[in-house]
Design a binder for this molecule. Sequence first.
Ligand SMILES: [Zn+2]
Length: 208
Amino acid sequence: MRRTQAPKVWGLFAEDAMERDLDRAVFAPREPSLAEMTAKAIEILSRHPKGFFLFVEGSQVDWASHGNDPVGVVTELLAFHAAVQVALDYARSRDDTAVFVFSDHGNGGMSLGNALTDGTYSRMSYESVVAPLKRAVLTAEGIAKHIGDNRTESRIREVLRRSWGAGRPDRRRSRPDSRLSRAPFEQCRRSHHERSGQHWMDHPRAHG
Ligand SMILES: [Zn+2]
């Protein structure tokens, strides 16, 4: 696909949704990034003598937010940012191209600070909020996929430790991890929110 010079191209890279950007390296290393697809689309369409209209959607910022997955939100937004940069770089090389960037609807209601930080909020450092997100090597969806049906407590602890650096729960703060095996995805997410001082207004619901 990267090398094709065909004037009309249909790229279909997954049977269902493509992997989240952070999870691609593990689950689908051959899938292109949003920025790569944007660059190829511009390369093909810009050959048209009458100009072109290109629509690019970074659709999984929304999904990650509906899922209250902070790692997914941040990394999908960064992937979208890279795609916008590709479009802007092209537009800056021209004098006849406009780029419009819009957000989707608000959802999730992610905020920094939660009930556990009520007494310390004014003293919270930027690093204390960002460091847990930077340590993550998979999104919450990627972790759920990695755990699969093998939902033993030890398995969940191991995947969390490797993926989010979250293997040593602070028992004063986190709910008992023995509950992990019942609903691992929800417990992983709650545990991570507590550790990294986030709060979400809306709880997970269907994509929309
Ligand atoms: Zn939505």
